[in-house]
Write a protein that binds this ligand. Structure first.
Ligand SMILES: [Zn+2]
Length: 400
């Protein structure tokens, strides 16, 4: 908890926590975390995308590796646990092995990923995609708010953008990737449990939806016969909410809405909105998305306006490994707690890592389910439980 407080104070901004990819605050965070990794007996290196990697070797060497990780970057005005908690818990678990002078029949590599939130370059998962071998080199041309390209930022930090391909996992056989993370939701708090095993990371689809009617004078065009694009969009927003509320596990959100021409005395001629739909079960997500998009067409045709749907992005759901889930559940039970399973509505580094190896996640209860907010909060007791569970998980994996 003290280390999380130290990291929470390492920021680019004086009065709030903001730590971007390859920024000056990230350098200071790396200095601190690298020192803690070394204290825990790890050999530390920076890779080319600027992930910080600590390796605790197996005895004898040459055995398979388990990767444990999370990210050190934050959103703007962040809390101190989303990301860094997973890195600190991993280091603490390795520290216990080191203190006992215990070697495992597998190597452990703790990776503090360089960028998960994508704040600086509006990107996703830069660090974990480099390790998974799915980094898109076209991203190197992206620029930040100051016009600096990603390639320049990496060079400034000490990395080498031309060699990111070498960050791809080259350490031989992997046993999997495990990530400890705050839940960012209210489920564990509701169940009064400190930790839970993640079953899957929800798939997600994003769309831009346009309603086009006809603009007109707010005073002279009678109500009957109006083709009000915003009224159609408003009806659709409520339909999205109702559809999601009536299907277990489905979440759907309209987070952006633009109205044109956007004057108080003009009937809206066009309304453009965003739609984000998520569900851990691929089939359910796809079927419900189809239904929601059908509602847009139905509302538009009833109101005499046009609608168009533009798909922006789609990520399949990522199931967590059944074997690793069961080891985490056993590790929780061994501590006398109920091994609850729950899905993740948010994306994590485990998503790109799933293209490289089996993945598993352990969620830690957070106060009020609040995240991406300075009010983010976990208790020392819950963090202690998560370290115990991860340590037992390592023992169970060694026996498996
Ligand atoms: Zn996170």
């Amino acid at each position: 908890m003290k280390r999380l407080d130290i990291l929470g104070a390492i920021s680019e901004e004086p009065d709030r926590l903001t730590r971007q990819f390859a920024g000056e605050a990230m350098r200071r965070a790396h200095d601190a975390v690298a020192e803690w990794m070394r204290e825990a007996g790890m050999v530390v290196r920076h890779d080319n995308i600027d992930n910080l990697r600590g390796r605790y070797d197996s005895d004898p060497t040459g055995k398979p590796t388990l990767i444990i990780g999370s990210h050190l970057d934050t959103v703007r005005d962040a809390g101190r646990y989303d990301g860094p908690l997973g890195v600190m818990v991993a280091i603490a678990a390795v520290q216990r092995l080191h203190d006992l002078e215990k070697s495992m029949p597998f190597a452990i590599e703790v990776i503090a990923f360089a960028d998960e939130e994508g704040l600086r370059f509006s990107s996703t998962y830069l660090g974990s995609r480099a390790v998974a071998g799915t980094f898109d080199t076209a991203d190197l041309d992206r620029t930040d708010d100051n016009g600096m390209t990603m390639a320049e930022a990496i060079v400034t930090f000490g990395g080498d953008p031309t060699r990111i391909g070498e960050d791809r996992w080259q350490g031989g056989k992997l046993l999997g990737y495990v990530e400890v993370h705050i839940e960012q939701g209210p489920v564990l708090e509701g169940l009064r449990l400190p930790v839970g095993v993640v079953t899957a990371i929800a798939g997600q689809a994003r769309f831009r939806i346009t309603f086009t009617g006809s603009a007109g004078h707010a005073g002279t065009v009678p109500m009957r016969g109006r083709r009000d694009a915003l009224a159609a969009a408003a009806e659709f927003v409520l339909a999205v909410e109702a559809e999601a509320a009536s299907h277990e596990g489905l979440v759907a959100t309209v987070g952006q809405l633009s109205v044109y021409p956007g004057a108080s005395n003009v009937i809206p001629g066009e309304a453009v909105l965003s739609l984000d739909v998520r569900h851990p079960d691929e089939r359910v997500r796809i079927e419900n998305t189809r239904q929601i998009l059908g509602r847009a067409r139905e509302i538009a045709s009833r109101r005499g306006v046009e609608t168009a749907t533009q798909p922006l992005s789609e990520n399949s759901s990522v199931p967590c490994s059944a074997d690793l889930q069961s080891l985490l559940a056993k590790a929780i039970e061994a501590g006398g707690l109920a091994p609850i399973h729950l899905a993740s509505g948010a994306g994590h580094d485990a998503v790109p890592m799933s293209e490289l190896t089996d993945v598993a996640m352990l969620f830690v209860r957070c106060k009020g389910g609040v995240s991406h907010n300075p009010a983010e909060s976990v208790t020392a007791e819950d963090v202690s439980v998560s370290i115990d569970v991860l340590s037992r998980f390592l023992e169970l994996l060694a026996e498996a």
